[in-house]
Each structure stands twice: as C-alpha cells, then as structure tokens.
Design a protein around this ligand. Structure first.
Ligand code: C2E
Ligand code: MG
Ligand code: MG
Ligand code: MG
Length: 285
C-alpha cells in the first residue's frame, strides 16, 4: 500500500483502488448494503505454538461474501471503507462477531485461547477509541485478557503521545498489544521502550526471505534476538514451508501463523479443529 497523508488523516490507496469510478461507486453502494444485509464474514487463522504445535490464538480476518462477486478479501474493500468512513461500522461488526465466536470457544474448554484483531488507523485515532473498545468487549463478557489488538508502526508514529496514552490505558485493563507487519513501517525503535507492547509480528516478507541464501535470514535473526532481549513474544507471519517453520523454531520464535498450518477459515471449520483433538493441531496439507 502506498500511504499519503490526507487532510483528515491517513488515506490508503492500493492497486485495487485504480478500478474505474463507476465500479468504485457501485462498490461503495454495495459496501453500504453489505452492512445492512450482513454480508461480512469473520474468518480465523490459527496462531500455533512452534514448540507444542498447539493453537494458542486466532487472528480474525474479515471477508465480504458478495452476492455476485463472491468472496472479496480485505485488500479490495478496506481502503474504500476507510475512505468512506464505513470502517467504523465494519470494525464494530467484526469485533462483535469475533467476541461471540472466540468467547464461545474460550467458554467451551479453551480458556487461554487468544483473539487477535486488526485495528484500522481511524479506529485508533478516534478520541473515544479506548472506551468504545472496552465497552464493546465487555458487553459480550469477553475476557479482556484474551484479547490482543494488532496495530502497525505507522499508526503509532502518526501520533506517538496520544497512542501511547491510549495503549497504556488498554494494557492496564489487561488487553495485549501486538505490532503487526513489524519492520515494514515508518518507525523508530525507540517506541518499543515507551509503549506497553507484548508481541511483535514479524512481517511475512522477512519470513519469505529466509530461504533466499545466506543473508536472507538476517532480518528475521535480528528481530527475534531483539524481541528476546526485550522479553516480547514473537509471532512469525506467512509461514508456508517446513524449512521456514524449522528455522523459526530453532531461532526461538514462539508462534507461527501461515498457510503451512492453514489459511483463515470460517468459524465452523475452527469449531471442528478445536473440538476434534483439543488444541493439538493436525496438519492436513
Ligand atoms: P495482516 O493483519 O498482516 O494479516 C495477514 C494477511 O496475510 C492476511 O491477509 C492473511 O490471510 C495472509 N496470510 C496468512 N498466512 C499467509 C501465508 O502463509 N502466505 C501468504 N502469502 N499470506 C498469508 P488478508 O486476510 O487478505 O488481510 C490483509 C490485511 O487486511 C491484514 O493484514 C490486515 O492488515 C487487514 N485486515 C484484515 N481483516 C481486518 C479487520 O477486520 N480489520 C482491519 N482494520 N483490518 C483487517
Ligand atoms: Mg494482523
Ligand atoms: Mg501482518
Ligand atoms: Mg498487513
């Protein structure tokens, strides 16, 4: 994504946004309808402990089940949602659904299961962000200690003082904080000391680089070493191969997430996965 600073904050543009105006208008209309007709779906991707092979968390990833266009991925509608300010309603729906689904699994034998949710820039920048989030989560009686919010470095750097205050409030209430796509943003490592961060998510581009020769793994090595030093948890994203998994495990990367274990799936699939053999994860290829 190319990010440009608009007068009212960050705006997101991607290749998919270069679709023509007519298409775009119809997409915008459809997105409003999608909220009315309840066409958004929350899929879950397992976060697996690299040592025990147990599912320790689930990342909620939104999809849009469009009546004509089929399943649409967030890269193709989140930028528009952010621009048209439909993102607020959309985020609320995703969190409601995720609290219901994961809350149910937590209460049916998986008390430590973590829910990871992605937050949009405008959501975090909203003055009532902290109260809104806590009220929403508590309205579902979802245990706040099982919630991890994922934010990117760009969101943090955009207004370090405000964000710092908000994250401290959330952390004091027990919410965990993860930095998503770590290492790809515009940032300063300085914030790692100043903010109550629990988890670094190593971006998939660094994981992909592991296989490409000697220095490919340099950045992953450095990030994991730093996370160990700072006593942060590390989740590697986009793990697709045996070799990547083995390498990351040998480095001491705590959790992995990626197509190796499976893509994000609908709640019904996760339900089966969790009830089949406890939290042990059977790799089905
Ligand atoms: P992210 O949070 O960094 O999520 C990781 C993305 O990588 C997901 O794409 C996931 O499906 C994909 N992925 C997982 N494992 C692999 C792998 O092994 N290989 C490859 N190539 N990709 C893998 P997805 O679901 O299309 O989401 C894209 C981005 O959209 C997310 O990146 C996140 O920033 C955003 N997003 C998704 N759901 C939400 C949401 O509910 N709210 C907000 N605000 N943003 C969301
Ligand atoms: Mg994420
Ligand atoms: Mg990521
Ligand atoms: Mg991302």
């Amino acid at each position: 994504h190319v990010k440009a600073r608009g007068k009212d904050g960050y705006r997101f543009y991607s290749d998919s946004m270069s679709i023509n105006t007519a298409n775009r208008l119809s997409l915008e209309r459809d997105l409003r309808l999608a909220l009315e007709r309840d066409e958004l779906r929350v899929f879950y991707q397992p976060q697996v402990c690299s040592k025990s092979n147990q599912v320790v968390g689930l990342e909620a990833l939104v999809r849009w089940q469009h009546p004509e266009r089929g399943l649409i991925y967030p890269g193709d509608f989140l930028p528009l949602a952010e621009e048209t300010r439909l993102i607020g309603k959309l985020s609320e729906r995703v969190l409601d659904q995720a609290c219901r689904d994961v809350g149910h699994w937590i209460n049916s034998g998986h008390p430590n299961l973590r829910l990871a949710v992605n937050l949009s820039p405008s959501q975090v920048e909203h003055p009532r962000f902290v109260e809104t989030l806590l009220e929403q989560v508590q309205s579902h009686r979802f245990p706040v200690g099982n919630l991890e919010i994922e934010i990117t470095e760009n969101v943090i750097m955009n207004d370090l003082e405000q964000i710092s205050r908000k994250l401290k409030e959330l952390a004091d209430c027990g919410v965990r904080i993860a930095i998503d796509d770590f290492g790809t943003g515009y940032s300063s490592l300085n914030y790692l000391h100043r903010l109550p961060i629990h988890t670094l998510k190593v971006d998939q581009s660094f994981v992909r680089a592991i296989r490409s020769g000697e220095d490919g793994a340099c950045i992953v090595n450095a990030i994991v070493a730093m996370a160990h030093g700072l006593k942060l948890e590390i989740v590697a994203e986009g793990v697709e191969t045996d070799d990547q998994l083995n390498y990351l495990t040998s480095l001491g990367c705590h959790q992995v997430q990626g197509f190796f274990y499976g893509p994000a799936r609908p709640a019904a699939d996760i339900d089966r996965l969790l009830s089949r053999d406890g939290l042990a994860f059977a790799h089905t290829g």
